[in-house]
Design a protein around this ligand. Structure first.
Ligand SMILES: Cc1cc2nc3c(=O)[nH]c(=O)nc-3n(C[C@H](O)[C@H](O)[C@H](O)COP(=O)(O)OP(=O)(O)OC[C@H]3O[C@@H](n4cnc5c(N)ncnc54)[C@H](O)[C@@H]3O)c2cc1C
Length: 447
């Protein structure tokens, strides 16, 4: 390990600390076997600039990591330089203006905690330790994002180090094409964002959760009901189903109906989740919890203690769907039958987003979303467990309009993640701003 003036701490492949430092950047405990030539732990913007200039001079490809929560471990590639931005984690809130400037290594939970004090809100990721850097770049399906937009819509500016080492600011009026790309390019962005400028919102007055749990034998009835109910559910309710072999309360294979609500009052929240109490299938439920006030902080930490466990080998994969769920029920039954032990889980999310969004790279969404998270612990997993998420999504590929970059698995299963015209425009911008291909491209893509 050596500290080079203005260029960060450099850890070379083959030195004693290298593998620990490399795998320590990743939430996913899988060792992908890929090895960059060196890691640069940057402590400030100057060190990022220094690292990029050195990579340019030495002809090294650059991988980037902020919070390291890419399921696919996109930042860990063979060869080149990995720039670790986790130490750039500052948060500066301007409560009067309703804005914040954050470093890419700032965690979702840290930003949320800082905003609570000012009664302000940002649609951060659902798990506490997700890095804001990667989250914001890929779109950002944050808390209440159905109501207040995907998180990148609230990015009003970025400070970015380009392939030649220059630091530029981008906003809607200055270098606007860079901001356009940063709103959705995700792991295909062609620069290092060292600061995000965010627009904040007033904090919802009520935050809580409604839950209901069914045994897995009721899967078809629950899915068919949820899919029909979805379009009428208020946008500030995150209506979702989770298949878990150790479902809440029953500790057996079941379906958790979870409905976090961020509303302007308890009364509004209660009216919005009433459809769960009144559903035609409510009598099949093992139990129903009343709407409970729960802080976002608790929900974010709770998710990481139950579903999104660390020290787990994860494979995620996903699909956006516009079709009704009924023809897919046999496939969903097969997904449940073959589901590995908890914390592996399947998530169905009611989306039904708005008809229009601002022009930005982010451009693919649909009526509903299905994601599989295969989470393996210990050494007992079978090959079928290892490939559970990828195999089932592959089998359903014809029914999907694409994937979320949040849960991308492009190295194993390239699928569309952006409208074709937007991807073409992104390619043209990459060619303009990174003509030598300094920054690693997507691990896989469909042309
Ligand atoms: C437990 C868990 C919960 C999650 N919950 C949500 C959720 O609620 N909503 C949601 O939308 N997503 C969610 N995700 C997905 C997550 O948002 C993405 O994986 C995101 O990329 C993570 O950001 P990161 O900075 O932690 O990841 P990283 O692995 O550090 O970054 C991913 C990629 O983004 C690029 N990148 C990162 N930082 C920069 C930067 N500063 N400049 C340029 N490029 C950069 C790099 O290509 C990098 O490989 C979750 C993931 C996990 C593991």
């Amino acid at each position: 390990m050596k500290r080079t003036a203005g260029r960060g701490v450099v850890i070379d492949k083959g030195t004693p600390d290298f593998v620990t430092a490399l795998l320590g950047t990743s939430f996913n405990a899988q060792d992908p076997g890929r090895r960059p030539d060196q890691i640069v732990q940057a402590n400030d913007v100057e060190e990022v600039i220094g690292a990029v200039k050195r990579a340019r001079d030495e002809g090294l490809a650059i991988g980037i990591c902020s919070g390291g929560h890419s399921w696919a471990q996109n930042h860990i590639r063979d060869g080149g330089m990995l720039v670790d931005l986790s130490r750039l984690n500052s948060i500066a809130i301007n409560a009067g203006q309703g804005t914040a400037v954050i470093g890419p290594g700032c965690l979702a939970g840290e930003l949320n905690a800082a905003l609570v004090k000012h009664k302000l809100f940002f649609p951060v990721a659902h798990a506490y330790t997700v890095g804001m850097g990667g989250f914001l770049l890929q779109g950002g399906f944050g808390w209440s994002s159905r109501a207040c937009g995907v998180a990148c819509q609230s990015v009003i500016g970025i400070d970015v180090v380009l392939a030649d080492g220059t630091l530029v600011h981008a906003s809607e009026t200055e270098n606007a094409e860079l901001l356009w790309a940063a709103r959705g390019a995700g792991p295909g962005f062609f620069g290092i964002v060292v600061r995000f400028h965010l627009r904040l919102q007033p904090r919802p007055k009520f935050v809580g959760m409604k839950a209901q749990v069914f045994r897995i034998r009721h899967l078809e009835a629950v899915m068919a009901w949820a899919d029909r109910a979805g379009p009428d559910v208020a946008p500030f309710v995150e209506f979702q189903l989770v298949f878990d072999r150790k479902a809440m309360g029953i500790f057996a294979h079941g379906i958790q109906v979870l409905a976090p609500v961020l509303a302007s009052s308890w009364r509004e929240a209660r009216a919005a989740v009433d459809f769960i109490d009144k559903s035609p299938i409510r009598k099949l439920a093992s139990f129903t919890l009343p709407l409970l006030p729960v802080s976002l902080d608790m929900m974010m930490k709770g998710g990481e203690r139950t579903l999104f466990l660390p020290n787990t080998r994860w494979t995620a994969d996903s699909m956006w769907m516009n079709m009704p769920i009924d023809p897919l029920l046999p496939a969903l039954r097969h997904i449940a039958d073959t589901q590995p032990a908890s914390p592996s889980h399947a998530l169905w999310l009611n989306w039904n987003g708005p008809a229009e969004r601002p022009d930005m790279a982010f451009s693919l969404e649909a009526r509903s979303y299905l994601a599989l998270y295969g989470g393996l612990r210990g050494k007992t997993a079978t090959p079928a467990d290892e490939s559970w998420a990828t195999d089932h999504m592959q089998a359903l590929q014809a029914h999907s309009v694409g994937i979320q970059l949040a849960d991308e698995n492009l190295g194993r299963r390239p699928m569309p993640f952006m409208a074709p015209a937007n991807l073409k425009r992104l390619d043209a911008l990459r060619a303009k701003f990174d003509p030598e291909g300094r920054f690693n491209p997507y691990m896989g893509r469909v042309l």
